[in-house]
Write a protein that binds this ligand. Structure first.
Ligand code: NDP
Length: 477
């Protein structure tokens, strides 16, 4: 079971143990991956250090960019094989999986093109001095990604790190490691030097914990739960290593009475149903101005009741959730809200003939949800929408900001002044105005405030996050 990609070679885990790979669509095992240990993390860190000291560390930015560009093109060339693999591994509809692979390619295209455009600065200083600011790689970077968008996340985190010349170590989620392993073969084929990319599969509490606590890493990025993000920050702090955390959200869609509903309604439904709601940027709260509350809710409910859930091959609106724990968690929120008497406004439906062992849940809208209810405050990570009325602009802002999270928000109104005022007042890393973007958008700086995390990914800003500056002060008289 050679699923450790270390120093350009495929290795079996030292312990010889494997982990089953289960398809969420039917609950059946269809592959196995290696269960890595701290030993493989030691090997990966050593291989990455060697790469930094060798061919990869010496390579100029233009050549690095060319390799990244070749990777992007090869990913695009293989979309017909990578998309079904990703769909089987995650359960998502085939069209979504295909889009994820295209976005993966786009990350490598974008950062490949940017690699040799990272300029330093000349800083005015005292007479007789010349000061330069150089931008340098951090060294060995650690990347821990979750199971919801494995291919996209891989591109988001690895492409900027490699563009800056870092040597990388990836720990994919144990549920969804297959696209990362397929990607490693592409990176090799594209000419990425040995050790610039290392992949160690296994359990988070084993290899993830060993990686983030390793004294040989210089940086870590993590996307996932608050609980584990906190552990990552603590582990990296011990070695005074910087980390970027992306920990999810409870993103509001704020709909004012004058909103263009023909445009807004389908986007509002898609933003919570996409990827079975397992999207950190899912629009999981719908805030509606009270005077149009009934009308807007009725229109959203009508569209929502047409949502269909199916297997990847059925390619409907929504697939299964990731695993039995996730199903239990999402269903638990739905059952608890029903038991409390919170009205169900609409439900989606299962497509015909779903496999009995799959992890399916019915997309559901609840409204009105009390503002302090778990559905209003906690990340469900499933296709569950909570709706609320608000009275005026101030109330909308208070409601939007009334959770621990601050990742993304959307404002829907035809009043340009209000659009800007509310967008500025909302606590979030990204605010969409009369539009929404959950995922994609590789050009757009992305990340959260409050408990949604810190640091930024995507866009050119990621190149700053994944590099360090050095100031050269030259006295020339
Ligand atoms: P986790 O936070 O446990 O997993 C995210 C990643 O961290 C995975 O690669 C996991 O590995 C790894 N990991 C787990 N434990 C450690 C550790 N001690 N040190 C380092 N890495 C570790 O998320 P879950 O899969 O448990 O999902 C639970 C909830 O988290 C979801 O219901 C959702 O609310 C939230 N979540 C948010 C995401 C987001 O995009 N913001 C993405 C995924 C989940 P492995 O899976 O192999 O154990």
């Amino acid at each position: 079971m050679e699923t450790m990609f270390i120093g350009g070679k495929w290795l079996a885990p030292q312990g010889g143990e494997t982990i089953p790979v289960i398809a969420p669509a039917d609950g059946l095992e269809f592959d196995r991956i290696g269960r890595g240990t701290a030993h493989e993390i030691d090997l990966a860190v050593a291989a990455a250090r060697k790469a930094r000291a060798g061919a990869w560390g010496r390579m100029n930015a233009t050549e690095r960019g060319r390799i990244l560009g070749r990777i992007g093109q090869l990913v695009l060339d293989r979309v017909d094989t990578l998309a079904p693999l990703e769909a089987r591994d995650t359960g998502k509809p085939m069209t979504t999986a295909r889009n994820d692979i295209i976005v993966l390619a786009r990350y490598f295209e974008f950062y490949g093109n940017a690699a040799d455009k990272v300029h330093g600065e000349v800083i005015p200083f005292l007479d007789g001095y010349a000061v330069q600011l150089l931008r340098e790689p951090l060294g060995v970077t650690a990347h821990i990604i979750p199971w919801n968008y494995p291919a996209q996340m891989l591109g988001r985190t690895l492409a900027p790190a490699l563009a800056m010349g870092n040597a990388t170590i990836l720990k994919p989620a144990e549920d969804t490691s297959l696209s990362a392993l397929a990607f490693a073969r592409i990176a090799l084929e594209a000419g990425l030097p040995d050790g610039a990319l290392n992949i160690v599969t296994g359990y988070g509490h084993e290899v993830g914990a060993a990686l983030t606590a390793h004294p040989g890493i210089n940086f870590a990025t993590f996307t996932g739960s608050n609980e584990v993000g906190t552990m990552v920050q603590q582990a990296t702090a011990v070695n005074v290593v910087k980390c970027v955390l992306e920990l999810g959200g409870k993103s509001p869609q704020i709909v004012f009475a004058d909103a263009d509903l023909d445009r807004a309604v389908p986007i509002i439904v898609k933003a919570i149903v996409q990827n079975a709601g397992q999207t950190c940027t899912a629009g999981s709260r719908l805030l509606i101005e009270r005077k149009v509350y009934d009308d807007v809710l009725a229109r959203v409910a009508e569209a929502f009741s047409k949502v269909r859930v199916g297997t990847p091959e059925m390619d409907l609106d929504c697939g299964p959730v990731m695993n039995p724990e996730q199903k239990k968690r999402v269903q638990g929120y739905i059952d608890a809200a029903k038991a409390e008497g919170i009205p169900v406004v609409a439900e989606g439906a299962f497509g015909d003939g779903l496999p009995a062992g799959g992890y399916y849940v019915k997309p559901t809208i609840f409204a009105p949800v009390p503002r302090d209810n778990p559905l209003a405050q906690q990340e469900v990570f499933g296709p569950v929408l909570a709706a609320f009325p608000f009275d005026d602009e101030a109330d909308a802002i208070a409601l939007a900001n009334g959770t621990d999270y601050g990742l993304l928000a959307a404002v829907w109104t035809e009043n340009a002044g209000r659009l800007t005022r509310v967008a500025k007042a909302v606590q979030a890393g990204q605010v969409f105005m009369n539009c929404y973007g959950a995922g994609g958008g590789v050009e757009l700086p992305f990340g959260g405030t409050k408990r949604s995390g810190h640091g930024r990914e995507k866009g050119l800003i990621a190149l700053e996050e994944m590099s360090s500056t050095k100031t050269l002060v030259h006295y020339h008289g």
